[in-house]
Write a protein that binds this ligand. Structure first.
Ligand SMILES: Nc1ncnc2c1ncn2[C@@H]1O[C@H](COP(=O)(O)OP(=O)(O)O)[C@@H](O)[C@H]1O
Ligand SMILES: [Mg+2]
Length: 145
């Protein structure tokens, strides 16, 4: 499925759509080059779940947790990882327990495509806006027909 996201309002609406279907254990894998809107879409999802404060980009901290949301969310940016084995040292499995994961640069963490509860969103620039190529694991195909 390819979606046109011509502006920030479209990004907000897409984030809200994902948020309304998000369950513990899910992964939203956000791929695409620098500046394609991965953090913007993460912020839209977090806001739609009711988060009211800042959403710092996890570029430097790698993981940011939002335990007060339903479902709780781990927002990760794996840009700085040099090897997927570093994911274990971060304790990602521990943080993911009972939470949904929003993952920027998922390929640097070895990828999450093999998980049935993973929705993969590849963002690209398109004129002034963005487009998203969306593919879903079995769980998401049922939820977002
Ligand atoms: N759909 C869109 N249309 C136009 N600009 C967008 C869109 N989505 C994001 N942007 C802009 O792109 C810039 C980079 O976005 P960001 O989310 O930080 O990218 P990434 O996390 O992929 O590096 C921001 O200035 C943001 O406002
Ligand atoms: Mg980012």
């Amino acid at each position: 499925m390819t979606l046109n996201l011509p502006d920030l309002a479209a990004m907000e609406a897409f984030g809200a759509r994902i948020a309304s279907r998000l369950l513990p254990g899910d992964v939203v894998a956000l791929s695409g080059g620098l500046g394609t809107g991965k953090t913007t879409l993460s912020r839209a999802i977090l806001r739609a779940l009711g988060h009211e404060g800042e959403v710092p980009s996890p570029t430097f901290t790698i993981l940011e947790t939002y335990d007060h949301l339903n479902p709780p969310v781990v927002h990760a940016d794996f840009y700085r990882l040099e090897d997927p084995s570093e994911v274990e040292q971060l304790g990602l499995d521990h943080y993911r327990d009972g939470a949904a994961l929003l993952a920027e640069w998922p390929e640097n963490a070895g990828g999450f495509d093999s998980e049935a509860a993973c929705i993969s969103i590849h963002l690209e620039t398109a004129n002034e806006g963005r487009k998203a190529v969306v593919t879903g694991g079995a769980d998401w195909l049922e939820r977002m027909p």
